[in-house]
Design a protein around this ligand. Structure first.
Ligand SMILES: [Zn+2]
Length: 298
């Protein structure tokens, strides 16, 4: 089984000389369960090139696409996903939905006539929508569990398990602090209540969700210094991400959702600091920074 990164950048596509190594496309991760069993996490701009690669194979495609949440950087590639335009292909789009808009409406509205020339209803592939809360659903011979994470509105983290192995994908998540949650009210109340109901550290919810994962892909947008001025924006700094990985006892941590203002040298610097922390604190997991084109066996 293989995890392949097509988009690693948070918030905004950032092409240019400074981002060629880690990549400038927004989130999209391919998980190959077998030759024709395909799971895709998020439909950021990275899904465009994944789509071209799938189309070039000349085979029909059946895949599950799990959207973490519908902020632009996680859905904006979908209208450019060529396999969705081809008859015979089948996709199940999954993700959270609010009482204000169904999952289908969220995807359809970014393709309405004002924003895009081709409407969702004109796509030739068969597209099914499956709204998710916190639950477990079958994906081919694997299972996918979801957890609401601490990010404005509704956002899900995912855990894909097959044959006793797991990959956890949490693209956008902020350290949950009880005092901050009371003063910044941008996360849905009933999600905040679930975290507040946790005894001790509310972030244990995320730790338990990621428990023993072979691969944890987690938001590492900021340095601790940068985080101070971005509290409530829904993202993590690397010390928090390292602590989650250690507490959860994961095997491998992938730093993800790089800040658009961080060039490759800055990501190198963050990775180096993480590895230094891991060594100093005698953590036992490996740590890499997500890069476009990177493949991990699991
Ligand atoms: Zn994001």
């Amino acid at each position: 089984m293989l995890v392949r990164f097509w988009g690693t950048r948070g918030s905004l596509p950032t092409p240019g000389r400074g981002t060629v190594r880690y990549g400038g496309n927004t989130p999209c991760v391919e998980v190959r369960l077998s030759h024709d069993h395909l799971m895709i996490f998020d439909a950021g701009t990275g899904i465009h090139r994944l789509g071209d690669t799938l189309t070039a194979r000349g085979e029909s495609v059946t895949a599950f696409i799990a959207i973490s949440h519908p902020h632009w950087d996680h859905i904006q590639g979908f209208p450019f996903f060529k396999p969705a335009f081809i008859s015979g292909n089948e996709f199940t789009l999954m993700g959270p939905q609010s009482k204000h808009a169904t999952l289908r409406a969220v995807i359809a509205s970014q393709m309405n006539k004002i924003y895009f020339p081709i409407q969702l209803s004109a796509l030739k592939a068969k597209i099914r929508f499956l709204p998710l809360k916190e639950q477990t659903v079958p994906i081919f011979d694997a299972s996918l569990s979801s957890l609401f994470v601490n990010h404005p509105a509704y956002a899900l983290g995912y855990r894909l398990t097959v044959g006793g192995k797991s990959v956890v994908y949490i693209s956008d998540n902020e350290p949950f602090d009880r005092e901050v949650a009371k003063s910044i009210r941008n996360v849905e109340k009933h999600i905040v209540d679930r975290y507040l109901a946790e005894r001790g550290d509310p972030n244990r919810r995320v730790v338990e969700f990621a428990r023993g994962a072979d691969i944890l892909i987690h938001d590492t947008t900021y340095t601790p210094e940068e985080y101070v001025s971005h509290v409530g924006w829904g993202h993590s700094h690397y010390l928090f991400t390292l602590s989650l990985a250690e507490q959860a006892g994961v095997r491998r941590l992938v730093l993800f959702h790089h800040d658009p203002s961080h060039d490759d040298d800055k990501v190198d610097e963050i990775l180096e600091k993480c590895r230094h922390e891991i060594k100093t604190r005698k953590h036992r997991f490996e740590c890499v920074a997500a890069a476009e084109g990177m493949e991990l066996e699991w």
